[in-house]
Ligand binder design. Sequence first.
Ligand SMILES: *[C@@H]1O[C@H](CO)[C@@H](O)[C@H](O)[C@H]1NC(C)=O
Ligand SMILES: *[C@@H]1O[C@H](CO)[C@@H](O)[C@H](O)[C@H]1NC(C)=O
Ligand SMILES: *[C@@H]1O[C@H](CO)[C@@H](O)[C@H](O)[C@H]1NC(C)=O
Ligand SMILES: *[C@@H]1O[C@H](CO)[C@@H](O)[C@H](O)[C@H]1NC(C)=O
Length: 642
Amino acid sequence: MNILVLVSVLSVAISSAWAEMDPTDNTDTPNFHKYCIIGAGPGGLQIAYFMQHAQRDYIVFEKGHGAGTFYNKYPIHRQLISINKRNTGKTNKEFNMRHDWNSLLSHDESLQMTKYSKVFFPPADVLVKYLNDYMTKLNLNVQVNTTISNLLKRKDKNFEMYDQRGTKYTCQYMVIATGIASPNKPEFSGWELSEGYEDLSIDVDDFEKQSVLILGRGNSAFETAQHIMGSTNVIHMMARSRVKLSWATHYVGDLRAVNNGLLDTYQLKSLDGLFEGSVSDIQLKKSQIDGRLYVDNFGNSTIPGGEIVGAVDNDALREGYDRVIRCLGFLFDHSLFHPSMKVRSAGEGGEKYPRINFIYEAVDVKGMFFAGTNTHSLDFKRSAGGFIHGYRYTAKSLHNILEWRHFRVPWPSVYFENLQDLIPHMHKRVNEGSGIYQMFGVLCDVVIYNEDKTAATYLEAFPCALACKLPKVSGHKAPGAVMFMVMEYGKNFSGAGKDTFHEDRAQGSPNEAHRSNFLHPVFYHYDKLFNQETFIAKPEKWVLPVPDHIHHLVEDFTTKFDGMQTHILQTRRFIETTTGQDLRHFYGPQCLALALTSTSLPYGCQQRTDDGSASFIDFSNETKERFSDMSAHLLPFVAMLK
Ligand SMILES: *[C@@H]1O[C@H](CO)[C@@H](O)[C@H](O)[C@H]1NC(C)=O
Ligand SMILES: *[C@@H]1O[C@H](CO)[C@@H](O)[C@H](O)[C@H]1NC(C)=O
Ligand SMILES: *[C@@H]1O[C@H](CO)[C@@H](O)[C@H](O)[C@H]1NC(C)=O
Ligand SMILES: *[C@@H]1O[C@H](CO)[C@@H](O)[C@H](O)[C@H]1NC(C)=O
């Protein structure tokens, strides 16, 4: 016992002596792991799951006493706005994930949020329970009650960090999954008179007969307004930009219909209102006369008895407020890092996100990766990468990328030695693939052809922005042509103020497919993979550069792209055009007739054998097998093949 005490005293003495040295010179490796993941929220758990599955050496450090502790508090009014869509009329698990916005990916079918609650917008506590079950049932290596700080990268390229107990950990690679959890508190003049969403009372009686000004126009602002509306005199809401409705922008981070009651009470003149103004331009003052809060907006004083500077007598804010509430969102928390770590913020999304590249790695710190909502700078205002139903897939992308970089395991793929088999697979993906559906415009399915375009390798949900680096990132060579499949909205359809309900919004005919507005698959074919310069020079709003051939599958009201003529035939024709192959299927007698009348046989009459010679094919058994796992809506197509 005494010896132990002595040793620990000694080690404290040594470590305090070391503290004066440059810690980036350290080379010791206590508590070493290949990967250290910070944060056991949905992003951290998701990447941990994939690492566990691949039997990698990883550990998750969580400062709370369980998983998902952010959701113990937020959203403060406890109702999630991510949909819990339990029923789709389908049993296909992959398809159902297109409409499940809360579950994480795993092989365990019991771990679906749809089995945890019947409520469409479930209480946040259900998510906390779900995340803890996910952590426990999958036996993920999470160390709770561990607040990491002083994280730094050393000269020996390892990372080191300490917890609140002074224990030191070292790691070869980091995955930061701490979320975006630090309340944004801009210091405008008089800000201390306002209160933040993070400290707000949720007792509606505290707002009885009050006039409230809400700063901010995001979902937390509207959530707050919705909650207190029945008690207040008036609610005014101020933000820099006009209101962006999610149904018009097709961005789930914009204002969702579930909380938008204030739009009604504004437009129907029920005393509430919205106006535009920049928070940094206002001055908040407390009146000595009536004790209320007044806003000096753009130099116009409204405060009673105050100095009147160019004020008009009908100023919108002239009545003052009992409360001013800040609902200005959250920022990435840099306090985790040692001062030697310079982690800049991303341009897009402002100060909110750390600056990362398309392999989810900090631009300023090699070997430090990000997972979860803090990767959203890559698709901010465009896709779902800031939300569970999006970043569960980008966490998987990150895992696939790391597997190739660190262990030479190529991106998972399916190889088709026969292009006739590629087409049904494409249809399966178009109709059920959830990663490309949720992360539209961001994750692409990739078809890599062999040199003579007779065989193909198929990669699922690959980051479109990494397409020009496909071989380097995925481990798959691209000797010739490549094709990308992306889900997209119409380029002139989404945006604040766009009328997304206009009369001609939907297309039905394949001839008009390129005018499709709603989410639909687009195929981009390149005879040769483009380089980074071409990618950077792509037209604005385009996911990929202008291809050699492009094809839109016409949008579908039911989102089932299974029309024999409108979808399936079009896909085959496109592959035939771009590969120069006849991919039709024939009956035996037709092949015989063709063999007698022409010099070469179409693909459907050939079978490649080991010695390279072609023979007639009896594909009935094989076809049955290949299609046995296909969803019911493709069965007519199978029937056609028989
Ligand atoms: C974590 O801390 C909480 C609260 O202090 C405690 O109840 C819990 O037992 C701790 N868990 C572990 C695994 O140490
Ligand atoms: C006051 O408000 C008016 C109109 O609302 C505006 O034109 C003017 O620039 C504001 N500021 C000052 C200092 O007058
Ligand atoms: C986009 O739509 C607007 C109307 O919403 C129209 O005026 C404009 O011409 C369209 N632009 C293109 C390129 O189609
Ligand atoms: C097809 O399947 C049947 C029954 O499973 C089998 O007897 C037959 O040999 C198979 N035909 C070919 C060409 O594999």
